[in-house]
Design a protein around this ligand. Structure first.
Ligand SMILES: [Zn+2]
Length: 90
């Protein structure tokens, strides 16, 4: 099995909308602050990648970004193993 290490990042959907609207007035990906999968209104979209910049870029491209419920369901479907560091980074 191929494995990939990643971190989960959350993005404020209103900030994403402001950013997307500034770049292209015709494009606003989340017009009613809705999750692109289930359509429920949400404040945060989640994406998993190696870095926050990479996760942000995927959301900008419309290739990632789900509400907490859809994101959790996806992690469950993928049987993701969560590794939590026991020591707090200094
Ligand atoms: Zn959703």
């Amino acid at each position: 099995m191929t494995e990939k290490r990643f971190k989960v990042f959350s993005f404020d959907i209103e900030e994403l909308n402001d950013e997307l609207t500034e770049k292209d007035a015709e494009t606003k990906r989340y017009p009613d602050n809705n999750c692109p999968q289930c359509g429920w209104e949400t404040t945060l979209l989640y994406a998993a990648e190696e870095t926050e910049d990479a996760a942000h870029e995927l959301i900008r491209q419309g290739k990632a970004g789900l509400c907490g419920d859809c994101f959790s369901s996806r992690l469950t479907e993928l049987e993701v193993v969560v590794i939590i560091p026991l020591e707090t980074p200094k």
